[in-house]
Design a protein around this ligand. Structure first.
Ligand code: SF4
Length: 379
C-alpha cells in the first residue's frame, strides 16, 4: 500500500522506528522506478582542489589546511595537468572544489590572488573554469562555497552546473561546541540564499545533506523539507546528495560516532519519499563498504567517480573501480550509465549557456547521457 503524502512527523517516525523501514524502502524503490526506471548514473570526473585554504574551521574537515601545512592554491598549470589527465581517460566532469573565501582570513591567499590578478578566489575559479573549457573537453562543475548573485552570474558561462551542500538547516549546529561554530559560510540562511540565487539564475544545481554531524532526526527531516521547498520555488536542484559523515583522524570529530548504516538507509529512503519520484538522489559509493544497500533505498545516482584522482574531501575512502560499480549495480538489476555533470533533463538553453550547451550536446547520447567511447578491444 502506498505511503501517505510526505509529512514531517511521519518522516521522523520512519527515521527513529526501525520496524517501519520495510514500507519506507518499498515506497522509495517504487518512486525511483517510476521516475527513473532501472537506470542508475554516475559522472566520470576529475577532482580539482583549487585551494585547500578556507576561512572556516568545520570540526570534521580534513580538506582544509593552513598555509605552510598544505594549504595552498593550484596554479593554472596544476589545474590544466589534472584536467588533461581526466580528458585522456574520457572523463567529462572537472569538479572544482575549494575552501570558502580564504582571502578573508589568510594573507597568503590574498598574495596568491594578487599575483594572478584576481580580486577574489571565486574570480580565480572562473578563470580556471575558462581555462579547462578552452583547453580540454571537460565540463567544469564548481562547488566553491557561498556565492552571491554576481558570483553565480560570473561562473555560469563556464560551468554547466554548480553546487553547494545545504548540509543541515538547523542553526543549532553553529552554536558553541557544534561543528559549524564560527563558520560564517555554514550559517543555514546564507546557504539557502546561495541555493535560491542559483535558482533565480537558472543554474542546474547540486545540493544535499550531511548526516551524522550532531543533528537530530527532526533536523534531518527539516533539512529535506527545506530542500523540497527550494526545489518547488525554482526547479533547479538537479541532484540531491545524501552523504553520511565519516570520522577522520586528525579532526576534532575523530571520535564522534558515524551514522549507523540501517539508520542512514532510512534517511536515504525518506529523502526519496519527501523529494519525489523525479528527483535525482545520490549517495557516494565510497563512504560505505556495502554501498549496494542504497539501491534498495531509492537512489538513482552514484555521483562523481574518478578513474584518475582521489576524493580530496574523503581521501581515506577510495572510489570503487568503475568495473566494480557496474557489476554491483547490474547484479541488483540496474543499468549503470555515465552522465555529464548536468543531468539530461537540464540539457537545454533554458539552463545552460549556449556555448557550453552545444559542447555538452556534442558529448551526449541522443537521450542526454554521456557518450563515453569504449576502449578498443586488444588484438
Ligand atoms: S568543510 Fe568546507 S567550509 Fe568547512 S572547513 Fe572544510 S573546506 Fe572549509
Amino acid at each position: 500500500m502506498p505511503l501517505p503524502s510526505p509529512n514531517p512527523d511521519l518522516a521522523v517516525a520512519f527515521l527513529t522506528g526501525g520496524q517501519l523501514a520495510g514500507p519506507l524502502l518499498a515506497e522509495a524503490s517504487l518512486l525511483r522506478d517510476e521516475g527513473h526506471g532501472r537506470t542508475v548514473t554516475y559522472s566520470r570526473k576529475v577532482f580539482i582542489p583549487i585551494t585547500t585554504l578556507c576561512r572556516d574551521t568545520c570540526t570534521y574537515c580534513t580538506f582544509v589546511k593552513p598555509p605552510g601545512g598544505g594549504g595552498e592554491y593550484l596554479t593554472p598549470d596544476d589545474v590544466l595537468a589534472i584536467a588533461q589527465a581526466g580528458d585522456e581517460q574520457e572523463c567529462t566532469e572537472a569538479l572544482l572544489t575549494l575552501g570558502d573565501k580564504p582571502e578573508e582570513k589568510w594573507p597568503q591567499a590574498r598574495e596568491f590572488l594578487d599575483e594572478h590578478d584576481c580580486a577574489t578566489t571565486l574570480e580565480y575559479v572562473a578563470e580556471m573554469a575558462e581555462l579547462i573549457r578552452e583547453e580540454t573537453r571537460l565540463f567544469p562543475h564548481a562547488n566553491p562555497g557561498i556565492m552571491d548573485d554576481d558570483d553565480i552570474a560570473m561562473l555560469r558561462p563556464t560551468n554547466v552546473s554548480m553546487g553547494l551542500m545545504l548540509e543541515n538547516i538547523s542553526d543549532r549546529l553553529t552554536e558553541p561546541g557544534m561543528p559549524h561554530h564560527n563558520c560564517p559560510d555554514k550559517v543555514p540562511a546564507v546557504r539557502v540564499a546561495t541555493i535560491r540565487s542559483a535558482g533565480r539564475q537558472k543554474v542546474p544545481f547540486t545540493s544535499g545533506i550531511l548526516v551524522g554531524i550532531g543533528e537530530t532526526p527532526r533536523e534531518v527531516v527539516d533539512s529535506l523539507f527545506a530542500l523540497a521547498d527550494l526545489q518547488r520555488e525554482h526547479g533547479h536542484i538537479q541532484e540531491f546528495i545524501i552523504q553520511n559523515f565519516r570520522a577522520k583522524a586528525n579532526t576534532r570529530m575523530r571520535l564522534s560516532p558515524e551514522p549507523e548504516i540501517p539508520y542512514f538507509v532510512r534517511v536515504v529512503a525518506a529523502a526519496r519519499w519527501i523529494l519525489g519520484a523525479e528527483a535525482n538522489i545520490q549517495v557516494p559509493p565510497n563512504l560505505t563498504e556495502d554501498f549496494s544497500v542504497y539501491l534498495n533505498a531509492g537512489i538513482n545516482d552514484w555521483g562523481g567517480v574518478s578513474p584518475v584522482t582521489i576524493d580530496w574531501v574523503n581521501p581515506e575512502a577510495p572510489w570503487p573501480h568503475l568495473d566494480t560499480l557496474e557489476h554491483v549495480t547490474a547484479s541488483h538489476g540496474f543499468e549503470l550509465r555515465p552522465r555529464l555533470p548536468v543531468y539530461p533533463e537540464f540539457l537545454t538553453d533554458e539552463w545552460i549557456d549556449p556555448v557550453l550547451l552545444s559542447a555538452a550536446v556534442n558529448r551526449a547520447t541522443p537521450d542526454g547521457y554521456a557518450a563515453i567511447p569504449q576502449p578498443a578491444p586488444t588484438p
